[in-house]
Design a protein around this ligand. Structure first.
Ligand code: C2E
Ligand code: CA
Ligand code: CA
Length: 792
């Protein structure tokens, strides 16, 4: 309890109990709002004694947790000057009679109407009774009290002050809520316009600043359920992605920060320097409840989408209850606005992000490469010296299709995510990583010289060195990398990406090697091929096509160690493989022209021709049925989709006189196999007595589990698995699984591309039925085949 001093002029009027009662206000409001930490009182009186007495009576007292501070004016004129410069007064103690009899009342008029000071409380005092204003005036001017100076004992003065301050506070509160609510409505409009989470969050901080009337230091964070969003902007280009380490950590992500937190946007909560702040925010998110403190508050907001948002703001003084309530109302704005922005961002991101991995997609990659090519020209001076040139690496996951085939899509998806995650962790600064398709990633490197190029390749490779653990089992995969380094001054993003793609295609076409850099010769080669396709139409008429044959051999029941003279397994038949011999004698392999023939539809005629040739050869070689020689012919999906396909096959059978049971048609597994008309065609072929083989098994779409639904007789294990049989353990287990599954369904399993005795032995051990490959014979012209197999 403060000391109580008597009012100098009237020492006898002190009543201590009164004062105690007043001070022990039953609802002391600790958070009464004022710019200043004191109650500012303006004393206007021409009698200096009154000034002294008032100060003396009040200066050491505390009301609602605050002391008084005083400003003095000794005339109405002086008071006008003071008020013109400063309106922030809680109470004005005003002498009625000063320069003139009405000086005081005129001043009230000035205060209320000219200065528009509605909240400040006015207590009129007069030395002479009889100058009391009329009730009408008291009401009109919103005067709190009228006292004769003699009446004003310290206690009375104090009581009067307390009640004046209480109304002052109420008025202010109402004003504040009115302003606050208006602000919140305005804020909703502002925030509603913000379509990106970062901008939205900045808006939240600035709106809170407005609401509190201070420029606030704060952070806006969220723990999100959907982790893909816009992570930055680059020359008007939105960059979408998953913030670094986001997946590792449940730590909330910071969307905006101001004041001493500036610069934290884009990082995680854990990166905020102050441990107590981190803990405070974590607790709020945990408890799902806002918290208000004397030097900070944290708002908790649950967005309807399920994201948890927290807003931390540092403050100097505790907030009043009104402000706290206003802030709570404001959180409603934030919740809805955040979801809106998040939705916009999500919709926008769909165009830029790969939804599975959260990495930028092909489109974003293209943009990034474009920027990458433009940027260095701005830095030409130093870049030229350092020979730094952007480079594009295209990383293709080998056997991804087989992973899906054997282990299913869910495992495939997981695998992609893990690969994406690893690569992302490894290639952060100076790189741009994107997912280009199901099994390819694109990596743009901005700082490439030859040494860096090597280092990047090794880096990519190292990410595939250890296996990926999915649902408890380890899956090892490897990568093929095609890459291209831009020429100085080159600004064609398309071309650079295409070049890297060409380098990758080279590895795939040749079936060996794991990395290749683009060289100009590749482009010429591709260009030549394309030119070639133009001649495809005439090739059939000018008899430029020929059929090569490659032997198929029986592995089961054969033992190399016991074979006389190391001979070879029993011949079961041949696969017909098309070749194109140009007039100049060059031999063009089918990989080059068959895709074009398919696309243009020429494959229909060409296919009929191959089938006829092959059937005729089969009749020839089996000596009209004396020898059992099978003939396998490749058929492309495009042919099978042709309405006259079955009729064509029937026609060829009739024309050539082949016994259909010696004919195999090889189909490469594709999505079309899901299609019922396709399956019907397969059934119809088998009704003719023709056997059906699924070619390149393990690289396509159909899964082992679906195999029994398809009308098939043989499966041909793709060459890539056979090639890596000795070197990659996953190939061995895959081959073993395919053989086992095939046998369970009563199918014959054929291995393609057998080149070594080791591969053959392994295949025999695994129970493979038949084999085909250079170990037994290359595809050869009919003349050579006849010489080799039918010369006797
Ligand atoms: P495919 O049906 O998988 O044929 C097997 C391919 O593997 C052939 O390539 C063959 O020469 C090659 N090959 C066989 N053994 C080995 C070996 O031990 N090592 C290596 N490295 N390769 C081996 P080719 O003749 O270049 O044919 C490529 C593809 O073109 C064929 O793959 C087939 O899909 C397609 N094709 C060939 N002829 C025709 C045809 O008449 N019609 C259709 N639609 N496609 C055809
Ligand atoms: Ca084939
Ligand atoms: Ca094949």
């Amino acid at each position: 309890m403060s000391k109580i001093y008597s009012f100098a002029d009237d020492p006898g009027a002190l009543e201590l109990d009164d004062v105690i009662e007043v001070l022990d206000d039953p609802e002391p409001d600790k958070h009464i709002e004022s710019k200043s930490a004191t109650w500012r009182v303006l004393i206007i009186d021409d009698d200096p004694k009154v000034h002294r007495g008032t100060v003396f009576a009040l200066y050491d007292l505390t009301v609602f947790g605050r002391k008084f501070s005083f400003v003095h004016a000794y005339s109405a004129t002086e008071a006008r000057e003071v008020l013109t410069a400063d309106k922030d007064f809680a109470v004005i103690l005003l002498d009625v009679v000063m320069e003139t009899d009405s000086a005081g009342l005129d001043l009230v008029q000035f205060i209320r109407f000219d200065m528009g000071m509605a909240a400040s409380r006015i207590i009129l005092r007069t030395g002479q009774p009889g100058y009391a204003p009329e009730m009408r005036v008291i009401q009109a001017y919103d005067i709190d009290d009228y006292r004769s100076k003699a009446e004003l004992t310290q206690v009375r003065l104090f009581t009067t002050m307390v009640s004046a301050l209480r109304s002052y506070h109420r008025i202010q509160t109402i004003e504040l809520s009115r302003h606050g609510l208006q602000r919140i409505i305005d804020a909703a409009a502002d925030l509603g316009r913000r379509r990106q989470l970062c901008s939205f969050s900045e808006g939240v901080l600035s709106q809170i600043s407005g609401l509190l009337g201070l420029s606030c230091e704060g952070i806006v964070l969220a723990r999100r359920h959907d982790i893909c969003f816009r992570i930055g902007e680059f020359n008007n280009l939105s960059v979408y992605g998953t913030p670094d380490k986001m997946e590792d950590s449940a730590s909330p992500y910071i969307f905006a920060s101001t004041g001493r937190f500036a610069g934290l946007a884009g990082s995680l909560l854990t990166q905020v320097g102050d441990l107590s702040i981190i803990r405070g925010i974590e607790e709020v998110l945990e408890a799902k409840q806002s918290r208000f403190n004397s030097h900070y508050f944290v708002l908790y907001i649950a967005a309807p989408s399920g994201d948890d948002i927290a807003v931390h703001v540092s403050i100097d003084a505790p907030l009043s209850d009104v402000v706290c309530e206003l802030l709570q109302v404001f959180t409603g704005n934030i919740a809805v606005g955040f979801d809106n922005a998040s939705m916009f961002e999500h919709i926008e991101s769909l165009a830029f992000l790969d939804s599975l991995t959260g990495l930028p997609n092909r489109y974003s990659f293209h943009q990034a490469v474009m920027l990458g090519l433009i940027m260095p020209t701005e830095l030409t001076a130093c870049a030229a010296n350092l020979q730094l040139r952007p480079a594009v690496f295209i990383i293709s996951v080998v056997h991804y299709e087989s992973v899906i085939t054997v282990l299913g899509n869910e495992v495939g998806d997981r695998l992609q995510k893990l690969i994406a995650h690893r690569l992302k962790q490894y290639f952060s600064d100076g790189y741009f990583l994107a997912r280009l398709s199901d099994d390819t990633f694109g990596l743009l490197s901005m700082k490439i010289d030859d040494i860096e190029g090597r280092a990047t390749l090794d880096g990519i490779r190292s990410n595939f060195a250890s296996s990926f653990t999915i649902f408890g089992s380890d899956i090892a995969v490897s990568a093929r990398i095609g890459y291209a380094i831009s020429d100085p001054g080159d600004q064609d993003a398309d071309r650079l990406i295409r070049q890297a793609g060409m380098a990758l295609a080279q590895i795939k076409n040749n079936g060996r090697g794991y990395e290749r850099r683009f060289i100009a010769a590749m482009e010429n080669e591709v260009r030549d091929r394309l030119r070639l396709v133009g001649y495809l139409g005439e090739a059939l008429h000018s008899k430029e096509f020929i059929v090569y044959y490659q032997p198929l051999l029986q592995l089961s029941g054969w033992n190399r160690a016991q074979a006389p003279g190391g001979g070879s397994p029993r011949l079961t038949g041949f696969e017909a493989l098309l070749r194109w011999r140009r007039a100049d004698g060059t031999l063009i392999p089918p990989d080059v022209f068959i895709p074009a023939a398919e696309e243009s539809g020429r494959i229909v005629d060409i296919g009929e021709w191959v089938l006829t040739e092959a059937c005729l050869k089969q009749r020839d070689w089996s000596k009209g049925g004396l020898l059992s020689i099978r003939m396998a012919v490749n058929v492309s999906v495009r042919q099978m989709r042709e309405p006259g396909f079955l009729a064509m096959v029937e026609r060829v059978i009739a024309k050539t006189g082949i016994d259909p049971k010696f004919l195999d048609l090889e189909l490469t597994e594709t999505m079309d196999m899901e299609d019922s008309t396709f399956v019907d065609t397969m059934h119809a072929l088998r009704k003719f007595g023709i056997a059906i083989a699924i070619d390149d098994f393990g690289t396509g779409y159909s899964s082992l589990s679906r195999l029994h639904q398809l009308p098939v007789d043989h499966i041909k294990i793709d060459r890539s698995f056979v090639t890596t049989l000795g070197s990659r353990s996953e190939s061995r287990s895959l081959v073993a699984m395919i053989i086992k599954a095939g046998h369970e369904r009563g199918l014959d399993v054929i291995a393609e591309g057998v080149e070594t005795i080791e591969q053959e032995q392994e295949l025999i051990r695994l129970g493979c039925d038949e084999a085909q490959g250079y170990l037994y014979g290359h595809p050869d012209s009919e003349t050579l085949i006849e010489k080799k197999f039918f010369s006797s």
